[in-house]
Design a protein around this ligand. Structure first.
Ligand code: ADP
Ligand code: MG
Length: 238
């Protein structure tokens, strides 16, 4: 587990600035959610934390380490992609063990890590199935399982539930909350869905056009929105 800190972080695509000086400290074990309308910079900020997008200015710290210039593989963070990114021709077991196998880990260690992750994710009975023979929720858990086996210091999620139907989204919200409880890991989660943010987050970061409009607990944001933008986005009675 690790804290993650952003210091005066900026992102420029050519002459266009899309992240405009973001300061934020995510505490160890915290479930933090970035919300905001489409195009406000949520994915870009998450990808910068993951190292998939270069940071134009400012610093990104993982624990006490300055990770700003580190490649993704050095940061120890796991970006969880949507469930459709699973390998269709591989079993659940092989999907979950893939990264460890690619890293040259010994077979018995891979097997042990996969078994452990399957237990946490309640996928023990499904290890020999192919993704197509799983429900949407089970597939999403396999996608998370692929990250868990690598013991990441934090999980990064970019709209992981956006391609699921409404009923499954509600079920997966509950699953993610339980998972956060059992792992106790730092989680940074991006969504444009304010209900998802209000139900899952320890703290919410509201982004507006590349800037933080407000950071606070769901209750704080709801009861004391900093401005009209936050109030309207969260749906406060203001
Ligand atoms: P969100 O995830 O909140 O919908 P994004 O982070 O994807 O927003 O995008 C923020 C802004 O940055 C948008 O205006 C988008 O068009 C722009 N953007 C994202 N990626 C690139 C890129 N590779 N090149 C140029 N502009 C980009
Ligand atoms: Mg996005």
């Amino acid at each position: 587990m690790a804290s993650i800190e952003l210091r005066a972080v900026e992102k420029w695509f050519g002459t266009v600035q899309v992240i405009k000086g973001v300061d934020l400290r995510v505490e160890e074990g915290e479930f933090i959610i970035f919300v905001g309308p489409s195009g406000c910079g949520k994915s870009t900020l998450l990808r910068m934390i993951a190292g998939l997008e270069e940071t134009s200015r400012g610093q990104i710290l993982v624990g006490d380490r300055d990770a700003t210039a580190e490649p993704p593989s050095k940061r120890g963070l796991a970006m969880v992609f949507q469930s459709y990114a699973l390998y269709p021709h591989m079993s659940v077991r092989d999907n979950m063990g893939f990264a460890l196998k690619a890293a040259g880990e010994p077979k018995d260690r891979i097997a042990a890590k996969v078994e452990e992750a399957a237990r946490v994710l309640k996928l023990g009975d499904y290890l020999d199935r192919r993704p197509k023979d799983l429900s949407g929720g089970q597939r999403q858990r396999v996608a998370i399982g692929r990250s868990i086996v690598r013991d990441p210091t934090a999980f990064l999620f970019d709209e992981p539930l956006s391609n699921l139907d409404a009923a499954l989204r509600v079920e997966m919200r509950y699953e993610l909350a339980k998972l956060h409880q059992s792992l106790g890991s730092t989680m940074i989660y991006v969504t444009h869905d304010q209900v998802e943010a209000m139900t899952l987050a320890d703290r919410i970061v509201v982004l507006e056009a590349g800037r933080i409009a407000q950071v606070g607990t769901p209750k704080e944001l709801y009861e004391r929105p900093a401005n009209l933008f936050v109030a309207q986005f969260i749906g406060s009675p203001k």
